[in-house]
Design a protein around this ligand. Sequence first.
Ligand SMILES: *Cc1c(COP(=O)(O)O)cnc(C)c1O
Length: 435
Amino acid sequence: MNYYSLNNKDNKSSFEEAVVRGIAPDRGLYFPQNITPLPRAFFKNIENYSNEEIAFKVIEQFVGDEIPTSILKNIIKETINFEFPVVKVENNIHALELFHGPTMAFKDVGARFMARCLGYFNRDKKDENVTVLVATSGDTGGAVAHGFLGVKGVDVVILYPSGKVSDVQEKQLTTLGQNIVALEVDGVFDDCQEMVKTAFLDTEITDQRTLTSANSINVARWLPQMFYFFFAYKQLKHKNKGLVFSVPSGNFGNICAGVMAQQLGLPVHQFVASCNINDVVPNFFKSKKYTPQASKQTISNAMDVGNPSNFIRIQEVFNNDFDQLSKHISSYSFDDDTTRAVMKKIHDTTGYVTDPHGAIGYLGLKKYLQEQPLQGVFLETAHPIKFANVVEPVLGIKLELPPQIIEVIDKKKVATNIKTYQDLKEFLIKQAIHS
Ligand SMILES: *Cc1c(COP(=O)(O)O)cnc(C)c1O
């Protein structure tokens, strides 16, 4: 499969190049050259397929012959070896729980898939490991660390801002060992990101080490997210009712994968892009103008994005046609007080516990369904325990620790403190990371 750069359609790359590079040399995002709908019979019989079979059918054309079938099937098997349950919350309202993976946020699937593709593409480079360098504000680092743990030929260096990630998130980053190294940066997330960007351009480093990024715009992180929408459809198809997906959105990768699933033929009535007060996209649908903003901090912090990278891909799917876009996607914004209030209301009336991101998904879904007698699914993108500091006081309950969290919480944190870019540079030049 070929991919083109959204900056210039003549700049084409293979799947492998797109995965290894992350972003095109002209700084454009990669987009698949062709999107071929799946046969009708597949949708008719979807309940007879296993999740692994569905995932293979969905991703196959985007990988092409660049990974042998048996290996791709194995990558899928390792990527999605946990549950993706649809849970009824109210009549016609369901939660699609995407938090049953190792780090309990939906980013696990993309990170695991990408890690294994990269491992495959790097299989012959015997004495030269690739180093994945990534800055995190919380969830991405954990998912990437777990995704790449033990993947041969790949070292991972994660930069995170000291004191700015939750305890659980820090443990998920710093306790794995093997091929994963955590650097605790005396600074904020932007400092981490700046250091990473500088390192990619620093030939004194790149002469010594092959660097790559595990950024969420990588096609191997983006496209496997299509699976979720098929898995939900498989579970709800028997209800025979138009399906609405509400996706808590920040960088818009997840919802863009949903839109791609629809392009493959998945019957979806409407997508709702549910946002916190970082409302660039809701404003776009109101005003037809796309105006990036500085990001604002909220309790749903994985969605604090002022200029969502993947929105340009959604526009590409609909040929930049505003009418088509608004026919398929509605978008709303909700503030923290509204989010807290609805978390409490859902818990009081149904017993279901949402995290702040899922709660925004619920709000967007309810708003859209007011006018439509359809059934809806909101994506529960993180386990409430990851945001216990918000969930517990709002609901007045103590959350139980799931096994994935118990496993890391008492492990010993291992991180190297760094202050400056020079510290990072010395680390990358001198330090061998042993897998
Ligand atoms: C990353 C993340 C999101 C936002 O997903 P995008 O693909 O960036 O829109 C929502 N919720 C949680 C919990 C996340 O970690």
